[in-house]
Design a protein around this ligand. Structure first.
Ligand SMILES: [Zn+2]
Length: 892
């Protein structure tokens, strides 16, 4: 990276203040954090925005505490056309300054004062214009049913596109926001509106109440002809004396579909307030359904924004949307405490926001909707993260930030799911009540300020009366990557039953990593004795350890991860595996998930062949818990895709699948039954998708094709009859129809998508568009993904299809490299980390890894975060190839 030292303005310095101020900073362009000698204390943000136009204007006024003599200061601003800078000093004297975009690709800018100023409070007023962003960042433009809206998404470092400022989480200040907008539209922001005044012909100015101290990334507002609907007021409780008003904000015509989520919200807020012992502090709460959005949702205090399909629900909405809506709402509202009230000090601690919101969301869901089984979600989520965490290129939970790419790629499964699992593990270790005590103290100590990992770990350790060993154990999961691999071995010695434990890093076949790594793992085992089961726990913080079991006789079986509370995988001797498999029905459903994961881990580690893995997983498919029933699917899909080469092998795998799942599929049928449990609807949709699309079972495809054909038939009004299919199965039915009917089906979807605003129907059509299985049709769908008819946030859904066979991946590769610039132009730099997986995900040969490397290497410097995406996709491709080479095809 190009760095330079800025020459001192010596003459000005001499004129101004003499030798005493010769300390004016001879600093370099800050590429990480901004220097702390100029600190913002408050902002006034004024915007003039008409969503119909391409640009907007703004004036940002910042009170800054200049802590040392300087002739300039550093701040962030990107793609801003600054016309005027006014600096007012402590005595009230105002003069012009200059705005210089020093590192435009990072958004680092400098304000030159024109002379050296002594330390004092300053007021900067910066007037500028900027384009309404087209890539869902900063202040961006979207449209719904052809009508434009403007809204914001600042996290992590996109506030600098919307206004100049100190765009780092460590700077928290109050904001006063005012919006001048066309008279015929409305606007919302973080806080309540406090005034409306006329602002010339056709314009009005809305002013909003001063915010609590916030970092730049939590500032939010939205302008357009929004529907605003009232939800139920949230009553005061032990921790909040004022009524909390609740509203839903949606694009025009969609507001009535917010009632379901609004009705769920009060119980979420009360649960969080009771847990933290701290009332919701942001005065009002609006939930906004965004017509287009880069993430899933964003926790802006007072104005939480979501992808529209998470909020716009009907009585017949797919079950996964209804559950997803609750889970994501609980996650975003949990952030109002961890993230918004207490904010990370710097991006290396983004887990303090995201791991906690994920962990807390699961707690809320367990309380309000226990039937959603958020405890199982946490385990499945952690096991998903373990796949990524087994890569040598995996991030740590606390990953040092070496550039903006590390900030952009920090929002991954390691931060969210691994983070939540690690919290759950140490919560289990100290006890839930003790952990809560620590959390309450942490929120009180850092409210409206910032915190680091040490603050959090310290608060929990204090509450639990724990010392350095505990902190060291906790930190061992935060500050190093990888999944611990715990091996157990039973021994009878001196009349006692001893369980020998050892740990190293789990690394799959083909990995070049070093397995020699030690964590402080709270290991809990459950084992069967003559009179039921018992549990025994130990903090394993050395490479090896032992546990003396309470029972003198050898247990019938040992489950090395009791209740699946530990973030680790386990391995057993052949005999102990056999014992456990034989008694797998005696395990809790949480433990059955850990069992499934460790079988998969053993397969990918080379300890089990495909036939062994299939046999060991089979008993799980007969249990009652949905999450356990489907847990083996990913392993079986891998075997089917990559190992079952001959017809006979394919037949064997398909026979396993049919035997395991067809009875359940037939029992569920292909239509939702009146009043059925939503878990049944979810199981129907998971099984239908796997059986029809992955394993191509003709009878399932035929049933879905019938629904797909019915959905593609035109109604009298010329629209497709999309509601003719079961709502949970519409996406997979359209996918089968596209594969069976070919181009006419694809064309029908391409024609219908632009005429459909319903987000659930749009998503189902995207499923259909991504399911093409010939190169020509796939190219047609991909070309369509680049058109304006497909929203920016929808494009990847089409490109993610077609990765299953090497022929399909070759065709995708050809198209992708031919359209690379257009893809990047649409997504912007924010999605850079995901580009390599979009181009080469699912690869399973060295040739694919090599072409990915050769193509992206020279492009890395232009796309933030792509380097980590490349390293991980490449490594996954090589690992898949190594596992494939290791297989003995006779063992299926
Ligand atoms: Zn979050």
């Amino acid at each position: 990276m190009h760095r330079f030292v800025r020459p001192l303005a010596l003459t000005v310095l001499a004129m101004c203040c003499g030798a005493a101020l010769a300390a004016a900073p001879a600093d370099q362009v800050p590429h990480g954090t901004l220097p702390r000698w100029a600190v913002p204390e408050s902002y006034q943000l004024s915007f003039k925005v008409d969503p119909k136009q391409q640009d907007y204007s703004g004036t940002t006024t910042i009170k800054v505490d200049l802590k040392q003599a300087a002739d300039h200061l550093w701040l962030d601003g990107r793609d801003l056309n600054v016309s005027k800078v006014t600096i007012t000093d402590a005595s009230g004297h105002a003069h012009d300054g200059k705005y210089v975009a020093v590192a435009p690709n990072e958004g680092v800018s400098r304000i030159d004062f024109g002379s050296t100023l002594k330390p004092q409070p300053l007021t900067l007023a910066i007037e500028y214009t900027a384009p309404l962003n087209q890539q869902l960042q900063g202040l961006y433009k979207v449209s719904h049913a052809g009508v434009p809206y403007a809204m914001t998404q600042m996290e992590p470092i996109s506030a600098r596109y919307a206004f100049p400022g100190f765009d780092e989480p460590g700077f928290k200040t109050p904001y006063d926001i005012s919006l001048t907008i066309p008279s015929d539209v409305t606007a919302v922001a973080n806080t309540k509106q406090i005034s409306e005044t006329a602002a010339g012909a056709g314009w009005k100015t809305l002013t909003f109440a001063k915010t609590q101290p916030l970092p730049t990334y939590l500032v939010a507002f939205a302008v357009g002809p929004w529907d605003i609907v009232n939800g139920p007021d949230i009553a005061p409780d032990d921790y909040r004396t004022e009524v909390l008003p609740l509203r839903g904000i949606a694009a025009h015509g969609e507001g009535h579909r917010m009632q379901h989520v609004l009705s769920e919200t009060p119980s979420i807020i009360h649960t969080l307030e009771n847990y933290y012992g701290f009332g919701y502090p942001f005065g009002k709460l609006d939930l906004l359904a965004a017509p287009d959005f880069s993430a899933g949702a964003m926790e802006n205090p007072g104005l939480v924004t979501f992808r529209d399909w998470l909020l716009l629900l009907d009585p017949d909405s797919p079950a996964k949307y209804v559950r997803g809506s609750f889970n994501v709402t609980a996650h975003e509202l949990a952030h109002q405490w961890t993230g918004d009230t207490v904010t990370l000090a710097w991006w290396n601690d983004i887990w303090l926001n995201e791991a906690f919101a994920t962990w807390m969301q699961q707690k809320v869901t367990m309380k309000v909707h226990p039937e959603y089984r958020a405890d199982l979600d946490r385990i499945s989520g952690a096991e998903g993260a373990m796949h990524n965490d087994s890569l040598t290129s995996a991030r740590q939970i606390r990953q040092p930030i070496t550039g903006n790419g590390d900030i952009e790629t920090a929002f991954d499964g390691i931060t969210y799911q691994k983070g939540a699992a690690v919290l759950g593990m140490f919560e289990g270790y100290v006890g839930e009540d003790t952990f809560q005590k620590g959390m309450r103290a942490y929120i009180q100590a850092h409210k409206f300020g910032n915190a680091t990992a040490d603050d959090l770990v310290g608060a929990i350790a204090t509450a639990a009366n724990q010392g350095p060993t505990f902190k060291h154990a906790f930190n061992s999961f935060l500050n190093q990557s990888g999944v611990p691999y715990v091996q157990t071995r039973l021994e009878q010695k001196g009349g006692k039953t001893i369980l020998h434990l050892s740990q190293d890093r789990y690394l799959p076949v083909g990995s070049t990593g070093d397995a020699n790594r030690v964590w402080g793992i709270p290991v809990c085992v459950r084992y069967a004795t003559g009179d039921g089961t018992k549990q025994s726990c130990e903090l394993l913080d050395k490479p090896t350890g032992t546990m003396v079991l309470a029972d003198a006789s050898t247990p019938t079986w040992v489950m090395p991860n009791a209740n699946a509370r530990g973030y680790y995988r386990f391995n057993l001797s052949k005999q102990e595996w056999a014992d456990l498999t034989q008694h797998v029905a005696a395990l809790s459903d949480t433990e059955q998930l850990a069992y499934a994961d460790s079988i998969d881990a053993g397969f990918r580690h080379g300890d089990l062949n495909a036939g062994d893995a299939m046999a060991a997983l089979k008993p799980l498919t007969g249990v009652t818990t949905r999450e356990v029933v489907v847990a083996p699917l990913e392993t079986i899909k891998w075997i089917y895709r990559n190992e079952a080469v001959t017809d006979a092998q394919q037949t064997n795998v398909v026979a396993w699948v049919k035997d395991a799942y067809m009875p359940r599929m037939e029992q569920l049928g292909y239509q939702r039954k009146p009043g059925e449990a939503d878990g049944d609807s979810l199981l129907r949709s998971t099984l239908a998708s796997a059986l029809a699309l992955d394993f191509k079972l003709p009878e399932v495809r035929a049933a879905l094709l019938k629904q797909g054909d019915a959905a593609l038939a035109k109604k009298a009004d010329g629209h497709l009859n999309l509601t003719a299919a079961d709502p949970d199965l519409l996406g997979v039915a359209l996918a089968v129809a596209v594969q069976e009917r070919g181009e006419p089906a694809l064309d029908a979807l391409i024609a219908e998508l632009p005429q459909t605003t319903d987000p659930a129907l749009r998503n189902a059509m995207l499923d259909g568009l991504s399911a093409t299985d010939t190169p020509a049709l796939a190219d047609k769908a991909r070309d369509f993904s680049l058109s304006k008819q497909v929203k920016v946030g929808e494009m990847a859904a089409i490109l993610r299809g077609n990765h299953d066979t090497s022929a399909a991946r070759d065709a995708l590769w050809h198209w992708f490299t031919g359209h690379y610039d257009q893809v990047v132009a649409r997504t912007g730099s924010f999605a850079g980390g995901r580009l390599p997986a979009l181009a080469g995900g699912g690869g399973c040969s060295k040739a694919e890894a090599d072409r990915l490397q050769a193509y992206f290497e020279p492009r890395l410097k232009d796309v933030t975060g792509a380097d980590r995406g490349l390293a991980q996709t490449r490594e996954q491709t090589l690992l898949c190839a190594a596992l494939k080479a290791k297989q003995d095809p006779s063992k299926i």
